[in-house]
Design a protein around this ligand. Structure first.
Ligand SMILES: Nc1ncnc2c1ncn2[C@@H]1O[C@H](COP(=O)(O)OP(=O)(O)OP(=O)(O)O)[C@@H](O)[C@H]1O
Ligand SMILES: [Mg+2]
Length: 397
């Protein structure tokens, strides 16, 4: 039987555990947009470390929004090397342009503004010189064009019988260069100055440093609502692990379940990888149970893969100063992987303010996260053990 688990990034899990509260809250906001025809009161920005399930959550929101509220989702993932403003306009063009509309002047305006950003669209009789887009310093031109594009896209979607407005979904928000974020976030903020506001909602996701990135780009923060996407609790972890296999009649020996729970520590990416690896090793048939010793082997395999890949590249990407802090966290962290700043500073014979820049830098690189005041942990379980092994090795040399 094929494994039901989906290890990876942005892969839809067989069972989406522990996100009902976040989903219900978002769906309530979206249905308000659909019913009122007005913009969502704020932009929701989901923040959390790599592999915690942000993309998965956004995909589920987009899917349910389309089904339940008839908002048309337009998806874009930002990155650090392409023109994200144009990318966003293109994503809007791809979804909106094929929609037939009787609102001709709106459709014409939509395409005219797309051409301003040099997005290719065929409009008979439309001649726009796209000089504006070739002057990157003047951010007002693309910002205005983008506001117009979003405004007409939202209006076009709401004028259709089968839809109620636009849902813009932005993944990897923090990855866009500041200049792009400046244009995009301010264009969105400008929409809110309309009276009446257009029927649009924006949801986004980013790493833990997204709030600072957004604050630097614009005063838009007041209009944004940051929601943490965290690790799963025990019950949700158990569901994420058991539901997919039970649906196929496959069980797990109890100590194996415990081992996966302990090793994954609520981290969705690891639940999927460990369960998948154990499944591949066990090749179970309906009615059988995956043995605890198979889980042990799976843990070893997944750990080795992480060590050779993700852990290694993360460890190599940090400076010596950052390594010192990482090593201290690894040394003082408790059985749940949580380290207190008190113990870290005592070990390093330093103070919290003196560490703050290094700490922020490791957070923005996605290696560590704050869990409550004065507490830090590695974003991915097992990294601490890896660091300890390496440092012991270095010490012995
Ligand atoms: N709620 C959940 N229940 C079960 N599995 C999940 C859940 N959320 C995510 N996963 C699984 O975890 C893995 C990582 O999810 P995802 O790619 O959404 O994380 P992410 O936060 O977007 O990571 P990144 O920041 O690297 O993009 C995927 O294999 C996904 O199927
Ligand atoms: Mg993602």
């Amino acid at each position: 039987m094929d494994s039901p688990y989906r290890p990876g990034f942005g892969t839809r899990p067989p069972f989406l555990a522990g996100r009902e509260d976040l989903l219900n809250r978002q769906l309530a906001i979206l249905s308000q947009v659909a019913n009122s025809g007005l913009a969502a009161p704020f932009v929701t920005i989901y923040v959390g470390p790599r592999g915690v399930g942000k993309t998965t959550l956004l995909r589920e929101i987009a899917r349910r929004a389309a089904d339940q509220t008839k908002l048309i989702p337009v998806w874009i993932g930002f990155d650090g090397h392409s023109d994200n403003v144009k990318g966003l306009a293109e994503a809007l063009a791809q979804t909106i342009t094929p929609l037939k509309s009787k609102a001709r002047s709106l459709a014409y305006n939509f395409k005219k503004q797309l051409a301003q950003l040099s997005v290719e669209v065929s409009v008979p009789g439309l001649k726009v010189n796209s000089q504006g887009a070739e002057q990157p310093k003047d951010t007002l031109i693309p910002r205005r064009a983008l506001t117009e594009i979003l405004r007409s896209a939202a209006a076009l979607t709401s004028k259709r019988k089968d839809s109620n407005g636009l849902l813009l979904v932005i993944d990897e928000l923090q990855a866009a260069p500041m200049a792009d974020l400046d244009i995009i976030l301010n264009a969105v903020a400008d929409l809110y100055r309309d009276d009446p506001e257009p029927p649009i909602a924006v949801v986004a996701a980013g790493l833990a440093n997204t709030a600072e990135t957004v604050a630097q780009a614009t005063s838009f923060s007041e209009r944004s609502d940051f929601q943490r996407v965290g690790r799963l609790g025990t019950d949700d972890s158990i569901q994420a692990l058991l539901e997919p296999s039970l649906a196929l009649g496959v069980m797990w020996e109890e100590p194996g379940v415990q081992k996966i729970l302990e090793r994954a520590n609520g981290f969705p990416y690891l639940i999927q990888s460990l369960a998948n690896e154990a499944w591949l090793l066990a090749n179970p048939s309906p009615g059988s149970a995956i043995a605890a010793k198979t889980v042990d082997l799976a843990v070893e395999k997944v750990t080795a893969t992480l060590e050779d890949g993700m852990f290694r590249s993360r460890y190599l990407s940090i400076s010596n100063g950052e390594k010192a802090l990482v090593e201290a966290i690894a040394q003082v962290s408790d059985s749940l992987g949580v380290a207190t700043t008190r113990e870290i500073t005592a070990l390093l014979k330093t103070t919290t303010p003196a560490l703050s820049r290094t700490r922020e830098s490791l957070i923005s690189k996605g290696l560590i996260e704050a869990v409550g005041t004065g507490k830090l942990r590695f974003t991915i379980p097992g990294f601490g053990e890896y660091v300890l092994e390496r440092t012991q090795f270095t010490d012995a040399e």
